[in-house]
Design a binder for this molecule. Structure first.
Ligand SMILES: NC(=O)c1ccc[n+]([C@@H]2O[C@H](COP(=O)([O-])OP(=O)(O)OC[C@H]3O[C@@H](n4cnc5c(N)ncnc54)[C@H](O)[C@@H]3O)[C@@H](O)[C@H]2O)c1
Length: 381
C-alpha cells in the first residue's frame, strides 16, 4: 500500500496523541517530526520512532509530505497553518484555530482558495454517543430544543503553583478557560443541537490573580516537580472560571460554566440538552453511557454499542458494546474522515469533520464572550 506521509509539528501533550491515532489507521505513515529546534526534534523523533526529525522549513520543503498536523501553542497556529497551506499541504490544526478572528478569517479564506483539506481537531465530537445525539436530533426524536446546560471543568490549574504557556495571553490569546476548553464545549453544543448561539452574556473570574511561574520549562500536565526557589511571581489576567448565559436562534436559552480550578474534576465535559420529547445527559468522563430522560415512562440509560446507536453513529465505532472506547479513539475516528478526504486530494463540499470554518465560528463566539465579560452585558454574536 502506498501510505500517505504526514508530518507533525509539536510533541508536548497533544502531538503524541495525534501520532498514536494516525498510526492506528492503515493508510497513513507519520514520516516527519518538527519541534522547537532540530536538537529537540531529533530526541523526540528517536523516542517516538519517527524517521525524519526536521525544522519547520525543512518539513514544508519535503515534497512527499502530504499533510501537516499543527500541535503547537496557540500563537503559532496561524503562521504554521498558513505556511503549510501555501506549501500545498493539507492541514489538521489544533484548537483554537488562531489567536484572534482576523487570523482565523485569513486561514478560512486561504484554505478555500487552495482547495486543500483543512480540519480543526475538535475531537470531542467523535465520541460515538455525541454523534448518536446529533443523529437523533436530526431525525426529530429529541424534538424542539427547550434548553441547554453545559460545563467543562478541570483541576490542572487548581494551585497557584500550576503554570503553563496558556496563562500568558501573548501565547494563548486574551481568553484562557473559554478559549481552551469552552471552545470544545461551544462546538459540541452547536454540533449536536444544530442551533446557532446568537447572544451571549458572560461573567469571568480569575481566582489566582498571581501565579508562581517556574523558572524552568514544564510540559502540559507534567505535574508538580519543582521547589519554591524555582518560581517567580506573575500577574494573571485571564479567567480561571467563567459563567456564560446563551440565547439560541430558536428563541430558547442555555448556560455554560467552565473552570480550570475545580478540584477533582480532571477533564469533565458535561451536557444536558432538553427537547420537547426527551432529555439527553452525557459526561465525557463516562463517555460510553447516555442518560435519556422521559416524562411519561421510565428514564433510560444507553451503553454505547454499534448495534444500538443511530445508523449515523455506527461508522465511528470500532469495538463492540462493553469494550470501552475513549479519548484516544476520538482522534482516530476524526482522522479517518479527514484522511478519506486527503486520499481524494480534495476538500469535500460538506465535510463530516470540523473544518477551519468551524474553528472560525468558535473564535467568533469566544471573542463575543470576552467582549460581553468586558462590558458586563449581552453581546450579539
Ligand atoms: N483537542 C484537544 O483535546 C487538545 C488537548 C490538548 C491541547 N490541545 C491544543 O494543542 C495545542 C498544544 O497543546 P499541548 O497541551 O500539547 O501543549 P504543550 O505545551 O504540551 O506542547 C507544545 C509543543 O509545541 C512545541 N513547540 C513550541 N514552539 C514550537 C515551534 N516554534 N515549532 C515546533 N514546535 C514547537 C513545544 O516544544 C511542545 O512540545 C494547543 O493549541 C492546545 O489548545 C488540544
Amino acid at each position: 500500500m502506498n501510505k500517505i506521509k504526514a508530518g507533525v509539528v509539536g510533541t508536548g501533550f497533544i502531538g503524541p496523541a495525534h501520532i498514536e491515532a494516525l498510526r492506528r489507521l492503515p493508510n497513513i505513515e507519520v514520516t516527519a517530526l518538527c519541534e522547537v529546534n532540530l536538537e529537540v526534534a531529533t530526541v523526540k523523533a528517536a523516542q517516538l520512532g519517527i524517521e525524519r526529525p526536521c525544522t519547520f522549513d525543512q518539513l514544508l520543503a519535503m515534497e512527499d509530505i502530504v499533510s501537516v498536523h499543527v500541535c503547537t501553542p496557540n500563537f503559532l497556529h496561524f503562521s504554521q497553518a498558513k505556511a503549510a497551506l501555501l506549501a500545498g499541504k493539507h492541514v489538521v490544526c489544533e484548537k483554537p484555530l488562531a489567536k484572534d478572528l482576523h487570523e482565523a478569517a485569513e486561514l478560512v479564506e486561504l484554505a478555500r482558495e487552495t482547495g486543500l483539506v483543512n480540519a480543526v481537531h475538535f475531537n470531542l465530537r467523535y465520541y460515538p454517543l455525541v454523534r448518536h445525539m446529533k443523529a437523533l436530533r436530526e431525525s426529530g426524536e429529541l424534538g424542539d430544543i427547550y434548553s441547554i446546560l453545559g460545563s467543562y471543568l478541570q483541576d490542572w490549574l487548581f494551585y497557584n503553583t500550576d503554570y503553563n504557556w496558556r496563562l500568558e495571553p501573548d501565547k494563548s490569546g486574551d481568553s484562557r478557560a473559554i478559549a481552551d476548553i469552552g471552545s470544545h464545549l461551544m462546538d459540541i453544543l452547536e454540533y449536536i443541537t444544530g442551533l446557532k448561539t446568537v447572544e451571549v452574556m458572560a461573567d469571568f473570574n480569575t481566582i489566582h490573580k498571581t501565579r508562581k511561574k517556574p523558572l524552568k520549562a514544564v510540559e502540559t500536565y507534567s505535574g508538580k516537580m519543582l521547589q519554591p526557589e524555582d518560581y517567580a511571581d506573575v500577574a494573571i489576567n485571564t479567567e480561571d472560571h467563567a459563567n456564560v448565559l446563551l440565547r439560541f436562534d430558536n428563541g430558547n436559552r442555555g448556560s455554560i460554566t467552565v473552570s480550570q480550578v475545580s478540584a477533582g474534576r480532571k477533564n469533565q465535559l458535561k451536557l444536558e440538552i432538553s427537547g420537547s420529547n426527551k432529555t439527553f445527559a452525557w459526561n465525557s468522563e463516562s463517555p460510553n453511557e447516555l442518560w435519556v430522560g422521559n416524562r411519561d415512562k421510565a428514564n433510560e440509560s444507553l451503553m454505547r454499542d454499534p448495534s444500538l446507536v443511530a445508523a449515523g453513529a455506527q461508522s465511528i465505532i470500532s469495538f463492540p458494546g462493553g469494550h470501552n472506547e475513549g479519548f484516544p479513539d476520538t482522534s482516530k475516528q476524526l482522522f479517518k474522515e479527514v484522511y478519506d478526504a486527503i486520499a481524494q486530494n480534495k476538500m469535500p463540499e460538506h465535510a463530516s469533520f470540523p473544518t477551519f470554518a468551524d474553528g472560525y465560528r468558535e473564535l467568533l463566539i469566544c471573542e463575543r464572550i470576552l467582549e460581553s465579560n468586558k462590558k458586563q452585558g449581552w453581546v450579539t454574536v
